[in-house]
Structures are given as C-alpha cells and as structure tokens.
Design a protein around this ligand. Structure first.
Ligand code: ATP
Length: 316
C-alpha cells in the first residue's frame, strides 16, 4: 500500500525528515503521533504527492507520487490540515462538485449518510459547526472511494462529541476494509482508534507497533492498589519485587514491573495470612507514558506516581 525508504526532506536549513523507512501493507487505521514539528504533515503530504522528497523512494499503491500524481489522486483520498470549504455551497453541492472531478465516485447521498450530514445536506457550508465541517472534509476525501484515506489531524479543535463522530466514521471505514492513515496529537485517540501507531520525533520514526505492543514495551512500572479485610503484613510482596508506595485511603499501594508475578504472590500471601481481598485495582503504563518516554518529555508528572483510579473496573 505504502512503501517508503530512506526518505529525506529538507526545507532550506531545516531537515524535516531524516531518513524515514515505512511499509504499510494491510488495511486498518494507522496513526502517526508526534510533537509539533516532528515531520508528520511533511510525511503525509509527500505520500499524497503534494510535497517533493529531497532523497529516498516513495511508492503509494505502486505509484511514484512525484511521477504520476494524477493517477495517484484517483486512488487516494486526502483531508489536509486545513480544508478549504466553499462557504456558499451546501454539503450536497460540495460533494457533487467533487464527484465530478473523478471518473468513479460515490453518490453524494450515500456519502452524506456515511458522514452523518443527511439533515444538513441543504444548509450553507458557512453555517456548519466545526465538527460538521470536519465530517464534510472527510466526505470530500472519500468521494472517489479511495483505497487509502489520509487524514491530517482530523479531530484537532473538536469537542469530545464531535471527535467521537469522526472516530465513528473512521471506524466504519476500517470495518469496510479501508486503510486509513491519520495524524493526531491525541494519544488517547491513537490508543483507542488505531491498529498501528507510528511515533515520530525530529524527523524520524522512533516507535512503530500496535498500541498494546508499545505499552508492553514500556519500562514503567504498573501501580497496584489493594484493599483487604483483616491485618495484612505486606512485607513478603516486597521480597517478590514490589515497591511499597504507602497507603492511599484504605488501599495499600505498590509499584511493580511484573504485575502477573505480583498477583500470584498476593494470592499466596492472602491465603497464608488469612486475609480477605475486598478490592484490587491496577494501572498499567498507558500509551501516554510510553509516548512521553519516547519523545523525551519531562517525567516530573510520572515521577510523582499514579493516583488511585476512581473509575477503573476492579481487577482491570
Ligand atoms: P505539527 O504537529 O505542528 O503539524 P508536524 O509534525 O506536522 O507538526 P511538519 O509540519 O511536517 O511537522 O514540520 C516539520 C519541520 O519542517 C518543522 O520544523 C517545520 O517548521 C518545517 N517545515 C514544514 N513545512 C515547511 C516549509 N514549507 N518550509 C520550511 N520549513 C517547513
């Protein structure tokens, strides 16, 4: 689907991409995460054929975007960071206009259903909300029924409900077998939505994998909270490698690099000391922790330790 090797992009004295290799073979949602200036937009716009590489090879659906931009545009859909939407047109007119640019296109009515704008089909674009405009922009990118859909920060600036609306569209497209490449600043969005997450920093890919793979590689410890009935002497848990974090409300708290071993040791201990476990909560390192570690953000917040999660299900 996408095959990139040794991609370098220089703008005057800035090297925005410093040798990127990337293969995208299967369908699904692939998220590109990274701080401002990491090179995400440069990368996706080179894939779209909108910017030229300085060095390296890029193939998208077997096409070189530089050599054959027209052929590529027939087969991909792109929503740029800022999409120009003609204010005096309606969503239905906008989608019809875009459909006319392509040999094969999805009928506007079907698209309006897919992006949830059926009721706004005849409203002026200028009167749409931010979330509705964003959904229209996605509809415009989908008009040619693309094999690869590229969305640059599709949810930036949207409220949580509008963001959920965009997530629903993207998930629906994934379920229909599309490949969606999106950039985002929202880590929880990447964790929830993406099958694969690519983390960029200073023009390079520093991590690439399924969210659970990235979090399982995290060096951070899990925090465990336990509440018991009876008198518990937790010392043996420390011998099993857990670090006591003290007490929080009625909870003993521990930090452990090996949560599975901790649970086994805890089970033994409770039996031996004839103490009843009344609650157990666990917080594993989240993608956010891994991300902050990867991009080298200050760890002050992490060092302070996690606090008791009020809304985590027991035994999570
Ligand atoms: P953001 O999250 O802020 O959108 P990004 O990860 O998409 O950032 P890019 O927009 O690709 O990053 O920018 C990467 C680097 O290249 C930055 O240092 C940026 O200033 C620089 N850059 C991007 N476009 C240009 C340009 N047209 N001319 C000169 N420098 C540019």
């Amino acid at each position: 689907m996408v095959s990139i090797s040794g991609l370098i992009k220089r703008y005057d004295d800035v090297t925005a991409l410093k040798g990127v290799d990337l293969e995208i073979e299967s369908s699904g949602i692939i998220g590109i995460l990274g701080p401002n200036g990491a090179g995400k937009t440069t990368l996706v716009e080179i894939i779209e054929g909108l910017r030229l590489p300085t060095e390296g090879t890029v193939r998208v659906l077997g096409i070189d975007p530089q050599e054959n931009p027209r052929r590529l545009k027939e087969r991909i859909g792109a929503q740029l960071q800022t999409t120009a939407i003609l204010p005096e047109l309606t969503p239905a007119e906008t989608l019809s206009l875009f459909a006319a640019f392509y040999e094969n296109s999805i009928p506007p009515k079907r698209l309006l259903d897919l992006i949830g704008l059926r009721k706004k089909a005849r409203a002026r674009n200028r009167n749409l909300s931010g979330g509705q405009k964003q959904r229209l922009a996605i509809g415009m990118a989908l008009v040619n029924d693309p094999e690869l859909l590229i969305l640059d920060e599709p949810t930036t600036g949207l409220d949580p409900v509008a963001r959920r609306g965009v997530h629903d569209i993207v998930t629906e497209l994934r379920n229909r077998g599309k490949t969606i490449l999106l950039t985002t600043h929202y880590i929880e969005e990447a964790e929830k939505l993406c099958d694969r997450v690519i983390v960029m920093k200073e023009g390079q890919i520093v991590a690439d994998g399924a969210p659970f793979e990235l979090t399982s590689r995290a060096s951070g410890a899990s925090t465990v909270w336990i509440a018991v009935e009876g008198k518990l002497d937790p010392t043996p848990l420390m011998h099993a490698g857990a670090l006591p974090n003290g007490r929080e409300k009625e909870y003993f708290t521990f930090q452990t690099e090996h949560p599975a071993d901790f649970i086994v040791a805890l089970g033994d201990l409770l039996k031996k000391q004839q103490v009843t476990l009344t609650d157990l909560r666990m917080k594993r390192p989240a993608l956010e922790d891994v991300y902050l570690e990867l991009i080298g953000a200050p760890l002050d917040e992490k060092a302070a330790g996690a606090s008791l999660p009020s809304n985590l299900p027991t035994n999570s």
